[in-house]
Design a protein around this ligand. Structure first.
Ligand SMILES: [Ca+2]
Ligand SMILES: [Ca+2]
Ligand SMILES: [Ca+2]
Length: 216
C-alpha cells in the first residue's frame, strides 16, 4: 500500500513536469475517442477575429479569419474549413478549449511558413512548444500541401497558440480533434487512494504492536 502511495505521488509530480508530445497524424493513438469538430455547421464566407464553435473559442490578434467551403475539393478539407485571411505582417491564431484537453489535433493545409505551436495550461503557463514545418519544405506543393498538427500532454492543455512573429500566410484548418482531460477529481481519487493506503499501513503496524503486547 505504501508503494501505491509512492506511485501516486510520483504520478502527481510527473504530471507537472512531463512535457508534451507532438502529434502529426489523425491516426495517433493519443487521439482515439476524440471529439471531432468538423466546422461544417459554421456559416460559409463569414469573416471574424473571435468566435465560438462547439464551445471552442477561435481567435486571432493579427488577422481576420473566415469559415469557407471554397477549398473542400482541393486541399482535402471537408465542407467548411477555417482559413486565415490577409491581415497583419505576422500570424497569430488561438484555439481556447472549453475544457482542458490531454490531446488535440487538426488538419492544416496550404501552410507555406513555419508556425510555432505553443501549449498553455489553465494557469496560462507554457507547457511546451513545437514547430509546425512549412509544407513546401516537406516536399509538398500545390493542393498537396496537406498536413496534420497537434499534441498530447499529461498536463491538461487549456489553450493553443499558432504563431509566426514575422510572416503571414494563408492556410486552412479543419477537423479539430479534442480529447478532454479527465477531471481533476480523478487525480484527487489517486491521491486519496494513496493516503488511505498509508493510513491502512499505519494501522497494520500499530495492530502488530498490540498483538506483541498480548502475546507477552
Ligand atoms: Ca465559400
Ligand atoms: Ca470541415
Ligand atoms: Ca499558404
Amino acid at each position: 500500500m505504501f508503494r501505491l502511495f509512492l506511485a501516486s505521488m510520483f504520478l502527481l509530480a510527473s504530471s507537472q513536469a512531463t512535457a508534451a508530445t507532438i502529434i502529426t497524424s489523425s491516426l495517433d493513438a493519443a487521439l482515439s475517442g476524440a471529439t471531432l469538430i468538423d466546422l461544417d455547421g459554421e456559416p460559409d464566407g463569414t469573416d471574424f477575429v473571435n468566435t465560438s464553435v462547439s464551445g471552442l473559442t477561435v481567435l486571432s490578434n493579427a488577422n481576420t479569419l473566415r469559415f469557407d467551403d471554397d477549398w473542400a475539393s482541393q486541399f482535402g478539407t471537408t465542407g467548411i474549413a477555417l482559413e486565415t485571411r490577409s491581415g497583419g505582417a505576422a500570424d497569430d491564431l488561438e484555439l481556447i478549449f472549453a475544457a482542458p484537453v490531454t490531446a488535440f489535433g487538426f488538419d492544416i493545409n496550404a501552410l507555406d511558413i513555419d508556425l510555432t505551436m505553443i501549449l498553455f495550461d489553465a494557469m496560462d503557463n507554457v507547457i511546451d512548444s513545437f514547430t509546425i514545418a512549412n509544407q513546401p519544405g516537406l516536399g509538398l506543393s500545390g493542393f498537396n500541401r496537406r498536413g496534420y498538427a497537434g499534441a498530447s500532454s499529461v498536463a491538461p492543455i487549456a489553450r493553443v497558440q499558432l504563431v509566426n512573429a514575422t510572416q503571414h500566410d494563408w492556410f486552412l484548418i479543419d477537423n479539430i480533434a479534442l480529447v478532454t482531460a479527465v477531471p481533476e477529481a480523478a487525480t484527487s481519487v489517486l491521491l486519496a487512494t494513496g493516503l488511505i493506503g498509508l493510513a491502512l499501513a499505519g494501522r497494520e503496524r500499530s495492530g502488530g504492536v498490540r498483538r506483541e503486547h498480548s502475546n507477552g
